[in-house]
Every structure is written in structure tokens, then in C-alpha cells.
Design a protein around this ligand. Structure first.
Ligand code: NAP
Ligand code: ZN
Ligand code: ZN
Length: 348
């Protein structure tokens, strides 16, 4: 099946129209007409080869919602006409210890990314959601809560799960003081989710003009991280901090805010290593950790949680023709708080 898409042939080129073929649905496959796709900062890192692992041509997009148009003959979980989601994963080995634990993102053989992954079925590499349709094994397709706006649900498939997973793993909840660093796509979901889990949420931002929004999104307090005196007042008070920043920045000013034994989890993925002042860890037995998206069971759990708490992303809907402009705005932290592509713009 021919699909229309937006992609790029090199790090230096903007995204532009690109057509390619998808496989017809196999026995366990679901074919999805893509309605909306969120724009993650990882799309930009990848399109521009900032992590030095991009396979070209590159079609990004891993926050996909759409309608099932065809199913393979053995598909049991989904029906034609149903709205569904696809996140960052479309495959994994299914047999290693991580896969058996439902942690497909840590597949020891290597997960298959929705884009920039090895396409073991059609050859070459996978193409993502900046396209009119996608074909995915039913085990990597997610059910969507019926009460949520579809376009605003798309960012849950990456930004939602990437923040939900560490908040759950480190058992964030009532009675805890929790910091979220950066109010972008991931950060604003982190604020909403940590608030819904009952934590006292403090947003750390470089953008003082985001303070009022942050409070509406669920932050109890806002600290402008460029203000050294305000940062000093927070020292040693935090049970948990989630850092979502996409660019080089000083993580040590956040490590200093943790209580003894508390953890700073890095989910933002800047291209260069971040220098670590080890004494900050040593003198309070603090932990510095990372976390990658989430597995299929937990992604479904997150979607159900968002349905129950009526949580979606705050989005700006764009036609795909505005994608390059959206990338430039994302680099200036000028997005409230996730761009979502209306795929109708590509079907005309
Ligand atoms: P985003 O929407 O661009 O948000 C990033 C935020 O970081 C900005 O809004 C800004 O917040 C802050 N920031 C940007 N530049 C900064 C700088 N130079 N110094 C300090 N703060 C800065 O990006 P996103 O889509 O949320 O993604 C964030 C990062 O997470 C990206 O690196 C992405 O690749 C990564 N990611 C990781 C995973 C995972 O599994 N670990 C999954 C998805 C994405 P303020 O204006 O509030 O300061
Ligand atoms: Zn993402
Ligand atoms: Zn595996």
C-alpha cells in the first residue's frame, strides 16, 4: 500500500513530502488510518541526526492515533472502525527477560522503534507516524479511553508514558515533594501526572513566562532555575526529580535539591554527555538514574489512568506543511505544550 508522508534525506534538509510502501496486513497486523501524530523532540533529534544513529530517509512520528481500516485474519484484539494508538515501539524479541516482564523498551535483543528501527518484515528501516497510514502487529497497538479528545491523546503515547513510567517506578505519590524540570511536551505531562498521583509538584523552568500556565496544569509551585537564590532555598527538600530537558544544562543544581537517598531521573536526552559532580551524590547517598519510554502493559495502564483522571496533553494542532516551523519553535521552547499534526492536511 502506498502512503503519503513527510520525511528527510539528510540531517541538513528540512522535512518534505515523501511517498513509500507499507506491507499489507499480515495475519496479526492492524492497518491504521492515521488521524493525528504528536511531535516529540526525539523526532527533531532524529531527523537532524543529533544522536548520530539516524537511518535515511527518515520519517519521524511515534505519538500516533488513528482508526483501524483492516485487520489480519488472526487479529483478536481490534476491530475495523475502532480508534487506537501506537507509541514508540512496533516490535521486540518477546522472549528475553525484559520482554517477558512487559518491559519491551529494554528488550535485550533491541526493540524495534516505530521509526528508525530495523524493519525485519519488509527490509530496510521503519517509517513513523508523519504518514497517512501504518501497519502494526496487534500486540503493539493500544486501546484508547473513549472519553478523551483524540488529537490531545496522541502525545500520551510518548510524552505521557515517558513521564508516567518513572513516576510509577519510583513510587511517586502523596506526601512527596516532586520536581519536574522543563515545561515542554514531556514536562507538562509530568506535571499533570505527578499532580494526579497526589504529589506536591514544583516545576523548574528557564521560562519565567510559563509560571501561570504551570500552575493551571497542576504545579503547586514554580521555580525559575536561572535564579540561584531561589534554587538555593530548595536545597535538600526533594523526594524525586524528573528532568525532561532536551539541551545541555547543569544537572548538578538539581542533584543538590534531593534529600538523602532520593533520586533524579533523567529522561531528556541531550546529544552531549552531562557533567556530574559526584560529591553531590556521595555526601547524601543520592541516585542519578535514567528511564526509557515504557512497555506495552504500562502504556495501556497509563492510557487507562489518563482516561480515569481526564488527562490529555495541551496541544497546538498544525497541518503537516508547518512541521519545519514547528521544529524551530520547539527549539525556542515556544510550544504550548505539544504540537500535534492533523493528518487530514496530508490526505488532501
Ligand atoms: P520539548 O517539548 O522541546 O521540551 C523541552 C523543554 O526543556 C523546553 O520546553 C524547556 O523548558 C527546556 N529546555 C530547552 N532547552 C533548554 C536549555 N538550553 N536549558 C534548560 N532548559 C531547556 O521536548 P520534549 O518532547 O518534551 O522532549 C524532551 C527531551 O526528552 C528530548 O531530549 C527528547 O528526545 C527526550 N525524550 C526522551 C524519552 C525517553 O524515553 N527517555 C522519550 C521522549 C523524549 P522550559 O522552557 O520550561 O525551561
Ligand atoms: Zn517521543
Ligand atoms: Zn526482548
Amino acid at each position: 500500500m502506498q502512503v503519503k508522508a513527510y520525511g528527510t534525506n539528510s540531517a541538513a534538509e528540512p522535512l518534505s513530502p515523501f511517498n513509500f510502501d507499507r506491507r499489507d496486513p499480515l495475519e496479526h497486523d492492524v492497518e491504521i488510518d492515521i488521524l493525528y501524530c504528536g511531535v516529540c523532540h526525539s523526532d527533531l533529534h532524529t531527523a537532524r541526526n543529533e544522536w548520530q544513529n539516524t537511518l535515511y530517509p527518515c520519517v519521524p512520528g511515534h505519538e500516533i492515533v488513528g482508526k483501524v481500516t483492516r485487520v489480519g485474519k488472526s487479529v483478536s484484539k481490534f476491530k475495523v472502525g475502532q480508534n487506537v494508538g501506537v507509541g514508540c515501539l512496533v516490535g521486540s524479541c518477546r522472549t528475553c527477560e525484559s520482554c517477558r516482564a512487559g518491559l519491551e523498551q529494554y528488550c535485550q535483543v533491541g526493540f524495534i522503534g516505530t521509526y528508525n528501527g530495523e524493519d525485519k518484515l519488509s527490509g530496510g528501516h521503519t517509517f513513523g507516524g508523519y504518514s497517512t497510514a501504518i501497519v502494526v502487529h496487534e500486540d503493539f497497538v493500544l486501546r484508547l479511553p473513549e472519553n478523551l479528545d483524540l488529537a490531545a491523546t496522541a502525545p500520551l503515547l510518548c510524552a505521557g508514558i515517558t513521564t508516567y513510567s518513572p513516576l510509577r517506578h519510583w513510587k511517586v505519590g502523596k506526601g512527596q515533594r516532586v520536581g519536574i524540570v522543563g515545561l515542554g511536551g514531556l514536562g507538562h505531562m509530568g506535571v499533570k501526572l505527578a499532580h494526579a498521583m497526589g504529589a506536591h509538584v514544583v516545576l523548574f523552568t528557564t521560562s519565567a513566562n510559563k509560571a501561570a500556565d504551570a500552575k493551571k496544569l497542576g504545579a503547586d509551585e514554580v521555580v525559575v532555575s536561572k535564579n540561584a537564590a531561589a534554587m538555593e532555598k530548595e536545597a535538600g527538600k526533594y523526594d524525586f526529580i524528573l528532568d525532561t530537558v532536551s539541551a545541555q544544562h547543569d544537572i548538578n543544581i538539581y542533584l543538590n535539591l534531593l534529600k538523602r537517598d532520593a533520586t533524579l531521573v533523567q529522561v531528556g536526552a541531550p546529544e552531549q554527555p552531562l557533567p556530574l559532580a559526584v560529591f553531590s551524590l556521595i555526601f547524601a547517598r543520592r541516585n542519578f538514574a535514567g528511564s526509557l519510554i515504557g512497555g506495552l502493559p504500562e502504556t495501556q495502564e497509563m492510557l487507562d489512568f489518563c482516561g480515569k483522571h481526564s488527562i490529555t496533553s495541551d496541544i497546538e494542532l498544525i497541518p503537516i506543511q508547518k512541521i519545519n516551523e514547528a521544529y524551530e519553535r520547539m527549539l525556542k521552547s515556544d510550544v504550548k505544550y505539544r504540537f500535534v499534526i492533523d493528518m487530514a492536511s496530508l490526505k488532501k
